[in-house]
Design a protein around this ligand. Sequence first.
Ligand code: UD1
Ligand code: CA
Length: 461
Amino acid sequence: MVAIAILAAGRGTRMKSDLPKVLHELGGLTLVERVLQSCQEIQISRRIVIVGYRAELVKEALIGGKEIPENPQFPPLEFVEQTEQLGTGHAIQQLLPHLEGFQGDLLVLNGDVPLLRAETIKQLIAVHKQHQNSATLLTANLPNPQGYGRVFTDSQNLVEQIVEDRDCTQAQKQNHRINAGVYCFHWPDLEKILPELKADNDQKEYYLTDTVNFLSPVMAVDVEDYQEILGINDRKHLATACDILQTRVKDKWMTAGVTLLDPNSITIDDTVELQPDVVIEPQTHLRGKTSIASGSRIGPGSLIENSQIGENVTVLYSVVSDSIVAENSRIGPYAHLRGHAEIGANCRVGNFVELKNTQIGDRSNVAHLSYLGDATLGEKVNIGAGTITANYDGKNKHKTQIGNQTKIGSNSVLVAPITLGQDVTVAAGSVVTEDVPNDCLVIARSRQVVKPGWKLKEPKK
Ligand code: UD1
Ligand code: CA
């Protein structure tokens, strides 16, 4: 039986931020969400998050969070408050009343190690169980170990002590083996010695790492890829983590058959799904729950967010948020789809067109300079250049409905709420304020007047 505890009570002073450190985002997920995610493949009996600095905010973010699925397989999140942040050891001491009588292992993770792989955690637990250790901790050999606690072991890989960077002598600093901040403890052992911790160190804090002085055996397990255990303490670390994550994600998609042109100028959240033979062009950013089907070409210069793009679609210099585009449609250049726009198959949404909460049937076109909001278009509709739905009366939004094969002449305004039937033709420059039945021509503008032989009078001298 394994319970997990995530340390998320610290402010993260070095981030120089009002936001608790664990709520900073990395590739669309907060740091603490990522830590929780890395534990998703292990069988856990309890999930505890230790909160303190702006606890309400952290709780809210996790409960309303994006990536913590309401999976019945997982026990619900529990929050334990550490009202004063007196160190990582002090944080775990707060669990004492909550884990009374618990006989299993406690996996402890710092809330600021977002790049851990599930495999690594599984391996740590396996070693812990195999050797029946009192504690097992994840370590790494870093080229630059500055800032991390140094782990000292004997020839059997058993941990003798952990010394924080700031408490190290010059000689101790030469040890490049560091503590990753990920531990597996046999709780009944830990429970007994937790009250023994002292705050006699440079920071005057109760260190969780000091528990190794009281426990035995304590074993160190080296992580293969040291990039996994990067702890985020400041904005530079966050940028480094971002790079590492991007490399991981891009390598994965390129291996799976996706072309990335100029990969360094592209960013892809790890929540995005791509099919083989997708081409991503330079300066393109794919975020959130986005999926792109085979044969589609996205970019250059596009942002796709929480959207589903079908097969063989092109999106050129455009922004697509919370929207759906079906196969063979062409978006852009310079289009903006948002607020649940749904584009059918074989459509064209062209230059300087904004669509909000608008559904467009197959083979319809909105090719130039339009705003359509809260509109539903049938199939084979053609929206002339400069057409606007006037959907807002200053208080409320209203709907526009346009039937199949209807053609809206250039520079028309459709004043909602309004319904235009099928096979309607709207004359250019119309301001349409009343519903139009099927098979009609509607001209809603004043008739052109031509006065033959008319000339400006000569001004009097
Ligand atoms: C810690 C380890 C260090 C390790 C490093 C790995 C200790 C004493 N040191 O140092 O050996 O190499 O992580 O990244 O544990 N937190 C609380 N309550 C507190 C203090 C901290 O919940 O009172 C949380 C923080 O929110 C954070 C985590 O614990 O998520 C780690 O704290 P941090 O201050 O970043 O520890 P480090 O100095 O990085
Ligand atoms: Ca840290």
